[in-house]
Write a protein that binds this ligand. Structure first.
Ligand SMILES: C[S@@+](CC[C@H](N)C(=O)[O-])C[C@H]1O[C@@H](n2cnc3c(N)ncnc32)[C@H](O)[C@@H]1O
Length: 275
């Protein structure tokens, strides 16, 4: 359904804010989308369809929320900034949207239907913490999100490449990542300091072994330090680490960011971490 009252032009967004006496709050990551093409592309790529259960973090003025609800999705929108109550009452009036007021980092994601989808223009200051919550909750089939381009690159990075770290490793343990498109600063009001990207994560539904996840976190803790030193700092015994490195065919001075996940898995077994 085409929106009879599109909200996404820069002028409409500015007028809406002025009419409610509001200014965007930088510390809450309030960069509102003002580009209809980007908005439609996210809703489309994220799978906002009739009957789908969608969770959106940070509806803001309701621009993306409205687009998804008009496409027939059941939207649960989590918003921290209570000043936006009267705005959302106006912009989401008559639509199938449940707004939950509070911090999305404290929300119980187990309460949403299994197989729900996340579709959101995330508040950038907590984007990685939120992505980790979505993955670990096990409730979602996919997450299609606007994030800083650098976060998108880290999510999609492979071992041995520049951005590879803990976020890349857990993203590939939970499923697959696609970088869909870059979004220029001008698509937002106010414009953010960095270029953004739309990223889609598809989750396999398999929960990785928590002991493997904790070992990866320790091994990738400090970039540029060797795997051995990172693990020693986390309390693992030097001799056992050297033996496991040797048994899994890794050099003693290897860095964890250069180790493919299947080799790391062998290493974890040799170290006796995986039972
Ligand atoms: C980048 S804006 C996106 C707004 C809107 N979806 C859009 O695309 O125009 C991020 C939104 O997240 C909200 N927010 C910030 N921190 C939050 C938190 N911890 N929990 C829930 N919402 C939060 C902000 O108030 C803001 O509305």
């Amino acid at each position: 359904m085409t929106d009879p009252v599109p909200l996404y032009s820069p002028k409409t967004v500015r007028d809406l804010l002025a009419r409610h006496g509001l200014r965007p709050t930088k510390s809450l990551g309030q960069n509102f989308l003002v580009d209809g093409n980007v908005l439609r592309a996210i809703a489309e790529a994220g799978g906002a369809k009739p009957g789908e259960s969608v969770v959106e973090v940070g509806p803001g003025l309701g621009v993306l929320t409205r687009e998804m609800a008009l496409r027939g999705a059941h939207v649960t929108a989590l918003e921290k900034d209570e000043r936006l109550r009267p705005v959302l009452q106006e912009t989401l009036s008559g639509l199938d949207v449940r707004v939950v007021w509070g911090d999305a980092l404290k929300f119980d994601y187990q309460s949403v239907p299994e197989g729900s989808r996340v579709i959101a223009n995330l508040p950038y200051y907590i984007s990685t913490a939120l992505l980790t919550r979505f993955m670990e909750s096990g409730r979602f089939a996919s997450a299609t999100v606007l994030v800083q381009r650098e976060v998108g690159e880290r999510l999609a990075a492979r071992p041995g490449s520049d951005g590879y770290g803990f976020l890349s490793a857990i993203a590939s343990l939970y499923g697959s990542v696609r970088l869909l498109r870059d979004v220029p600063k001008g698509a937002f009001f106010p414009a953010p300091d960095v270029t953004s990207s739309v990223v889609r994560l598809d989750f396999s539904g398999q929960k990785p072994d928590v002991r493997l996840v904790r070992l990866l976190e320790a091994a990738l803790h400090h970039r540029r330090k060797t795997l051995r030193n990172n693990l020693r700092m986390a309390g693992y015994e030097g001799g056992a680490i050297e033996q496991a490195l040797n048994a899994s065919g890794l050099r003693p001075d290897v860095r964890a960011e250069d180790v493919p996940l299947d080799v790391f898995f062998n290493f974890a077994q040799e170290l006796g971490v995986l039972g």
